[in-house]
Structures are given as C-alpha cells and as structure tokens.
Design a protein. Structure first.
Length: 641
C-alpha cells in the first residue's frame, strides 16, 4: 500500500454527468478538498449509446490504473452495466489489497459498503400508492438486475405487492438499464399490449418515470388522473416537472462525502463499520395524487434553469465550432492547434490529451499489416505521448511519459480531482483525456459528445494517413516493375512526358535510349524461366547502374528497356553506350553463366521542338537499336525474338 502526505484515492464510475453520479462525485470532491486528499477518477460513458463495440472502447479506461499505486479506492460499481468489467475491477482491487469502499453493493464482503436503504424506501412508496391511492394493479419498470440497487428495488416492489395480496405477472415488468429511453420503451410496450391501463407505473428511477409520463401524455393519458407514476432518486428534473414526481430522496452527496471520509479512516488504520447505512425518504408529490410537499424557491429555480440553458448553449456552440474546425484538420498538429483554441472553454485547471505511441501506425510504410502496430483494444501502450497539455493560464505543453505513471504532470499537493476519460474509436484505443480540477465531466450534458468529436477527429486523421500511404503504395506499384525493381512502362511514360515538355519549353536536347535483350527466348527454352528472370533482373541492374543520376531507365515491356535524359548531347549518348558495353562484359565475367548476357542498344539525341511527339522519339530510338541488332554478328540463339 502506498502512503504519502497527500493520499491518492482511485475512483471507478460510469456516466459522470448523470445526476446520481454527479451528486455522489460532488460530495466526494468536497470531502477530498477538506482532507487535502487527491481523487483520481477513471470514468467511462459505456451504455449511453447502446453500442457494444463503443462500450468496449469506453470500458478500456478501467484497464489503465494499477491499484497498487493508490492508497485506497471508492468503487461506484452500481453504475457499471457490464458484469465482466465490474468483476475484473473488483478482482484487481482485491489483489491490490488497498482500503476500499463501495456504494450500495453487498456482493463484495471484503469491502466497506456505504448503502442507502433502497429497500425500505421502495416499500414505503409502493405501500403509499396501495393504501392512500387504492392502487391494485401495477406495471414495474426495472433497472438491470445485475445492478445491486436495481435488484434491491425490484425485490422490495414484489414483496410489498405480495404482502398486499397483489399478484404481479411477468408481462407487468419491463427490464431496462436506468436510461430515459427505457422509460419510453416501457410505456410504449404497455400501450401496444392493448391491455387495460394499470392503476400505477412504479419506475426504479426518475429518468425512466419522467420519460414514461411523456409518452403517456402524447397519447392523451393524464397523470395522476388516469394513472399514477412514481420514480426514485428525487432528481432536479423530478422536482421541477409538471406534475411533480412522487419519488425517493436519497442523500447522494452525503454518501459521496462519507465514502471519502471512510476510506481515509481506513488508510490511517482506524477501525470502521463494515456497513454504513443512510436512510432514504419518500417524497409524495403530484404524480401520485398528493399535493406537492416541497417548497420550491421559484427565484432559485429560474436562476438555475437559466444557468443550465446558458451552459448547454455554450457547450453546444463549442461542440459545433470545434467539429467544424476539425473537419479540415488533416494532421495531428492541425488537430492539436484546434484543441488548444477550444478546450480552454471547458473551464478546468488543466486538460491533457494523451495518445498511445502507435495510435496512427496500424500499417507499415510498405502497407503490410503488423500485429504489433494495430491499435490496442485492452490496455494502453507502455509509453504515452501527451500531445497537448493545456493549462488554465493558456500555457501549452507536451510530454512523453509511461502509462504506468498515468499523468505527465502528477499533482504535487492535495485536494486535486482528476478525471481520466477514454479516447477511442469503436473498440480501438487511441489514448485518454485528463481533466484536472474542473466540473466539466460531471456538469456538462455534452461532455461525452465533445469527447467523442475529438476522438473521431483523431480517427479521421489516422485513416487519412493510412489512405495517403495506401495511395502512395498503389502509385509505386503502378509505376514500378515488380521483377526488375525499376520503372515500368507507366512510370516511364509519366516521367518522360514531364521531361519531354520541359525540354520542349526550354528548347533543350533530350536523349532516348532503347535497349533490347538478345536471346531471352533461348535462355528460357534451354535454362528455364527462372534463369530468364535472373537475366532480365541482371540486365536491368546493369542499365540502372550505368544511368546513375543523369538518366532514368525503365522496363518497357518483355525484354525491352528504355532510358531518358534531359539536356543531354551526343557525347553523353556515346559515354553511356561505352559504359554499358564495359559493364555488361564485367557482369558476364562475374556471373559466369553458360550463356552470354547480351543486348542491343540504340540512342537518339535531338533538340525538342513544338511539332515533335514523345512517341516519335521513342520509335526513332527503337529503330536505331534494331539496326544495330541486325548489324551484329551473333550466334544462332542471339537472333531477335
């Protein structure tokens, strides 16, 4: 266990900007600042988009921390939807052996559990609807039973209904994921069933209850006149909805404060209770038919609503402006410049973008795939690059660091709140963000959208780099001869056309050389095509070496080769033919084949005028070469094929 003057507590959470998480984290931050402890929050937005591949990329952030480097941990495991992810985190924390607190999760007896009495509160609210409002039929909208809180509330509902002699069938229960869309889907499923409306819809949280009310209203169904609807959590929107929502008030901020205070006691070696229970109180309001019990400060409500709308508009403007700017970013440097302009608006002490060292290199330069260069799906590269470290005072930096160290600029004092958020595309990890001492991750409803926009811009840059590499490779293949390793006909024509036009404009001389291998058919017939390929490659090597930097050569097709040189004269042509003849003799002596490597050559030099055509010059060089071939006194197998 690590120990220091400023304890560092790891926090695991998903969905930081939802009201439950935001309230708990705010309480935790308050307690950490008072105690001069540091909170290092590893957070994802998994489950928000209902996209499995995206959720894999989000949840990869939980592979980042080495829990042995922390003094303690607070786990909001009830916010994690994926059971495997949840189990892996718990296993790692257990193995680290650090003091750990969980919220509303009695499945881990090794950890201290701070629980809010969900069961008693759900029993009270269901009993109230039965006793005070005479409800006898129900429709229950549940969270996932893998979630401890959802399971507790579900069982409390069933038991209370049973105690009152009310049977609940399977088709009267809808299982969701605590998301608003689940409330919408549940209400629509109820209406599609064609069955009579139940007396009450009991929802496991406010978000689902409010969305269900919206669907009912669209179908002309009144709440509470036609049907009762209740929620759970007493969120801001539940308080100020019309009708105000009957719900359960839970001390979320207090639970967050208590979690930090408790883990700090454990770090100091103090004895704490294994389970700490906070009570939750039903709030009976208009959606069940009761009068509003809350006294709402209208002025405060107006001010809060104005601030919320103002901030949301500012964040939407930031998202739109940044997205538009990133659309024209083609390199990492372009993107970083854009981020440095816009991310100052999120309001934090510092914001850091950390990329895996291989984030843009999924392919070798040659275009072949490489396992060690494919983006990771689980974990991060050993070394990271902070391409942008943006401070509140406007100063900008960058740094390379080890992913084991997490942060290129770790805090030097206490009372710091750091959020580590995933940077990915689908399931592929690109890196992560660090937002330090700012409430953007827990307050902005557009936090996830802005982070996704940045992530997608890096993926677009990565794909653009790969596309450009692929285009260059395709172009290389298009103009290269695979056997001889020099230009092919396409490459030669492209280059020669440019040389020809330049000489034409400048009234310069141009040299075209045409070389034809003698006896290739004889070599193929008597020694095999592999030997014929060897002879072609060897001849190409001789031609290329003789060209040097002054001429450019290509395989024109079959056993024909061609070369071109700008601003060349007759002496250049003679010198080339001499070098070629000498080099060919040297090569024959060196390779010592049972056949001579031989070729006929013709060179043509002329000043390029406006009435000339490139192919006319090539044809003239070919004619000169053929005349030389006919004059040569060769053996039977060296005749022109």
């Amino acid at each position: 266990m690590k120990a220091s003057a400023y304890p560092d507590i790891a926090v695991i959470v998903a969905g930081t900007n939802e009201e439950f998480q935001s309230s708990v984290l705010s309480g935790m931050a308050e307690a950490a600042v008072i105690a001069q402890a540091n909170l290092t929050c590893f957070a994802s937005f998994s489950g928000v988009l209902a996209n499995h591949r995206c959720d894999i990329g989000e949840d990869n952030i939980y592979n980042l921390p080495d829990f042995t480097r922390f003094d303690g941990a607070v786990l909001l495991t009830n916010t994690l939807e994926d059971a495997v992810t949840r189990a892996n985190i718990i296993q790692q924390v257990k193995a680290a052996g650090i003091p750990t607190v969980v919220l509303d999760d009695n499945s881990t007896p090794e950890f201290c559990n701070i629980r809010i009495d969900n069961s008693a509160a759900m029993r009270e609210i269901v009993q109230h609807v039965i006793t005070e409002h005479h409800a006898r039929s129900f429709y229950y909208v549940s969270g996932p039973l893998s979630n401890p809180e959802a399971n507790t509330r579900y069982l409390a509902f069933l038991e209370t209904a049973e105690q009152n002699g009310i049977a609940v069938r399977n088709d009267q229960i809808y299982f969701g994921h605590f998301r608003p869309i689940d409330g919408k889907n549940a209400a629509e499923a109820l209406l599609r069933s064609g069955k009579p409306l139940p007396d009450a819809i009991i929802a496991a949280n406010d978000a689902m209850a409010l969305e269900a009310i919206s669907v009912l209203r669209q179908h002309g169904i009144r709440v509470p006149e036609d049907i009762i609807v209740t929620g759970f959590d007493h969120t801001y929107y539940a308080k100020h909805h019309s009708p105000s929502l009957t719900t359960v008030n839970r001390p979320l901020s207090a639970a967050g404060r208590l979690a930090v205070e408790t883990v700090l006691q454990m770090i100091r070696g103090e004895t704490v209770a294994h389970t700490l229970t906070l009570s939750a109180d039903p709030v009976y309001q208009e959606s069940c038919g009761c009068l509003t019990s809350d006294k709402i400060d209208i002025q405060a409500y107006k001010q809060n609503t104005y601030e919320l709308i103002k901030q949301t508009r500012a964040d939407a403007s930031l998202l739109n402006r940044m997205t538009a700017a990133l659309a024209v970013s083609e390199t990492q440097n372009d993107a970083v410049d854009m981020f440095s302009m816009y991310l100052q608006e999120i309001g934090c002490e510092s914001c850091c973008i950390c990329l895996c060292e291989n984030w843009q290199h999924a392919f070798h330069e040659t275009g072949s795939c490489s396992e060690d260069l494919i983006l990771p799906i689980k974990g991060y590269t050993e070394n990271m690059c902070a391409v942008l470290i943006l401070h509140a005072d406007g100063t900008i930096g960058s740094a390379s660091f080890s992913s084991a160290d997490l942060d290129p600029e770790p805090p030097e004092n206490g009372g710091n709140i750091r959020f580590f958020l995933p940077l990915h595309f689908r399931e592929c990890c690109i890196g992560y963000y660090i937002i330090k001492n700012g409430d953007f991750p827990i307050q902005s409803i557009l936090c996830h959208s802005i982070l996704m926009s940045i992530s997608h811009s890096f993926e677009n840059i990565r794909k653009l780099l790969h596309l450009n590499n692929a285009i260059r490779e395709m172009d290389r293949l298009y103009v290269s001869d695979a056997l001889c390793g020099i230009y092919n006909r396409n490459g030669f024509i492209r280059l020669a056309d440019r040389f020809f036009r330049e000489c034409q404009q400048r009234r310069q001389q141009l040299m075209i050389g045409f070389i034809d291998m003698d006896g290739l058919k004889y070599v193929n017939d008597h020694f095999g095509h592999e030997e014929g390929d060897f002879s072609l490659r060897t001849l190409a090597s001789v031609i290329s070496e003789c060209c040097g930097d002054h001429f450019t050569c290509a395989r024109f097709g079959g056993d024909e080769f061609i070369l071109i040189g700008q601003n060349a004269d007759e002496e250049d042509a003679e010198q080339f033919e001499k070098r070629f003849t000498e080099k060919l003799a040297e090569t024959n002596a060196a390779i010592n084949k049972p056949y001579p490597l031989a070729a006929s050559i013709g060179t043509y030099v002329t000043t390029v005028t406006e009435d000339m055509k490139l192919f006319e010059l090539i044809k003239r060089a070919d004619q000169i070469m053929y005349e030389q071939k006919k004059r040569k006194s060769t053996s039977r197998y060296l005749r022109r094929d």
